[in-house]
Write a protein that binds this ligand. Sequence first.
Ligand code: 5GP
Length: 184
Amino acid sequence: MTRLTVLSGPSGVGKGTVVRKVRELYPHVWVSVSCTTRMPRPGEREGREYRFVTREKFHEMAQAGELLEFAEFAGNLYGTPRAPVEARLAAGEPTLLEIDLQGARQVRAAMPDAQLVFLAPPSWDELERRLSGRGTEPTAAVEARLAQARVELAAADEFDAVVVNDDVDSAAAALVALIDEVCE
Ligand code: 5GP
């Protein structure tokens, strides 16, 4: 069966932007649509970026074993519907998940042959700059996020490959090369 590829990495590193580029330029790659309990952001459409569900529905799906993995992130639940991923892999299609680190570890346990790709920032300074935002937030909140990012960066060792996000087009191309490599 075709191997699944999972893109993960520290928050703030730009996973969403790289995956948007993959959708735009490499339509042969199927990108899983997660379920989430968070509210849609402006411009997001039901079924495209996410399936937006209630917490009750999310728990039902988790209990029925319909999620390949799930995690709580910043107070909201996120999970990958299992059936569409399995169907695409069985059909031999290049398949990509974009999920947080907790989810990536669950996929590693459930599907040991999945390819885990870590998206890394060009440098620590760059990540710090992105996470610090516009300087309008209380220092404690920024400090907490930076501490979390330090822990998340250390997770790179658990991954099969690292792609550095210094330029979104090159990062997307490098990611797709890795995906295609395991789908030949
Ligand atoms: P956002 O709310 O900004 O779209 O996503 C927040 C975080 O949730 C990101 O790190 C994203 O990678 C992660 N995420 C999105 N979908 C899933 C999922 O299905 N499972 C897990 N574990 N994380 C997800």
